[in-house]
Design a protein around this ligand. Structure first.
Ligand code: HOZ
Length: 427
């Protein structure tokens, strides 16, 4: 790492708590000090010394079109000329809501927020208000933002830092959240049998992306839908990461399972701060001002975010064939990397689905948090630094997802494989 980057972190640490505005960025689990970014374009991100990296973090998922896509930037600039926040309704919000409702049929009504955390927090409150019950089920290693009810055995920074949860959450609150092993249908069945009358919601990442990528096993989500429907429990799909990442719509469109509520974020903001909660009209209309469940936000439906999001979604709508090609490209990358690991005799397994992947340093399979935690995080850290030195920017944690964009080229893939080859030689 260059002296210049160290200076940036030292300066930040003097005024920002921990030097970062979100914990995983601090590189605590891979060691060293975080590289500061100056700009990004397409598939590349640049540090403050102008060193170029091929970016597989993509702002943790949103930049599916690549960084600074010209149409998205033009839309933001046009909008900015007319004012950046009104705190009053605009047609841009209706336009955005229409795009979402058309793409994801389970969403009959939507409410925009400024982050995924606000979306999941609202979904939980709404479920509690709607059912008149208090308890919720989540799954170990799933991360649904940092609202109190959802930080129990959470993935992302909580898993990265190896901490059980967060201080500051009243025990009485924590007791209302049951966290079960991901993919464990029996545990879910038992918990619902025991607590059905008290359960307001089951919330799940239908593809887990915050303990590394973990795929739902056959029948897990289907059974979840059956059990929740049978017991009057609201099923919430957290599609903040998966929404519009695999196709124009949610992962739910592809698997034919209809949740009651869906949380969105990331891609629908085109790189601007956005979240959304949507679902059945009957539940959504419990939100104030029509209903008795309160939720609000000065910057909700912000014009800049709406223009970046709508222009991103409009471009994605035209990319049905390109989504398939992107998956082929990621498949190719992951299979070639697997070969390199095996040639070097390094135990690694790659979980991949469409354009999301994680290299776990272990034999696998990785099906839940406890199996993810068996990974050799120290080896991941050395791999991360080696790749970085060779111009590839991966997530600074074993327990996060990698992403590709439509801007990644075959040359990027070749360069990544070359970086991988060089890194593994010295691992
Ligand atoms: N929680 C995010 C990853 N799953 C990290 C957010 C950030 O640091 O920007």
């Amino acid at each position: 790492m260059t002296k210049i980057n160290e200076d940036h972190f030292a300066a930040a640490s003097g005024v920002i708590a921990g030097g970062v505005n979100s914990p995983v960025r601090a590189w605590k689990s891979v060691g060293g000090e975080p590289i500061f970014v100056s700009h990004a374009k397409g598939s590349k991100i640049y540090d403050t010394t102008s060193k170029e990296y091929i970016d597989y973090v993509l702002s943790w998922g949103p930049m599916i079109l690549g960084h600074a896509h010209p149409e998205v930037i033009a839309a933001i600039c046009r909008t900015a000329q007319k004012g950046t926040s009104f705190g009053a309704p605009t047609d841009a919000e209706t336009n955005m809501a229409r795009l979402i409702c058309e793409a994801i049929p389970s969403i009959e009504r939507v409410r925009m927020t400024s982050s995924g955390t606000e979306a999941t927090m609202t979904a939980i409150r709404l479920s509690r208000g709607y059912t008149g019950r208090n308890m919720i089920i989540k799954f170990d290693g799933c991360y649904h933002g940092h609202a109190d009810s959802l930080l129990i055995k959470a993935g992302s920074g909580i898993t990265t830092l190896g901490i059980p949860g967060s201080a500051g959450i009243p025990e009485a609150m924590a007791r209302l959240t049951l966290s079960l092993p991901y993919n464990d249908t029996n545990a879910l069945e038992k918990a619902i049998e025991c607590y059905a009358a008290d359960l307001a919601a089951v919330i799940v990442e239908p593809v887990a992306g915050n303990m590394g990528v973990v795929l739902p096993q056959e029948g897990f989500l289907k059974k979840m839908r059956e059990l929740t429907a049978k017991n009057g429990i609201v099923l919430i799909f957290d599609e903040v990461i998966t929404g519009f990442r695999f196709s124009f719509g949610g992962y739910q469109n592809l698997i034919g399972i209809t949740p009651d509520l869906t949380c969105l974020g990331k891609i629908i903001g085109g790189g601007m701060p956005v979240g959304a909660v949507g679902g059945k009209k009957e539940i959504m209309e419990r939100l104030a001002p029509m209903g008795d469940v309160y939720q609000a936000g000065t910057l909700s439906g912000n014009p800049l975010a709406m223009s970046a999001g709508a222009s991103t979604l409009k471009i994605l709508k035209t990319k049905a064939a390109a989504f398939a090609l992107l998956t082929d490209q990621v498949n190719g990358l992951c299979r070639e990397m697997e070969k390199l690991f095996s040639q070097r005799g390094i135990a690694a397994c790659i979980n991949q689905i469409f354009s999301m992947f994680t290299v776990f340093f272990q034999e696998g399979p990785v099906l839940d948090l406890s199996s993810a935690l068996k990974s050799n995080a120290g080896l991941y850290a050395r791999f991360f630094h080696g790749m970085l030195q060779n111009g590839v920017w991966l997530a600074p944690s074993q327990f996060e997802a990698g992403f590709l964009s439509f801007a990644h080229t075959d040359r990027d893939i070749d360069r990544t494989l070359d970086a991988c080859f060089k890194t593994l030689k010295n691992l």
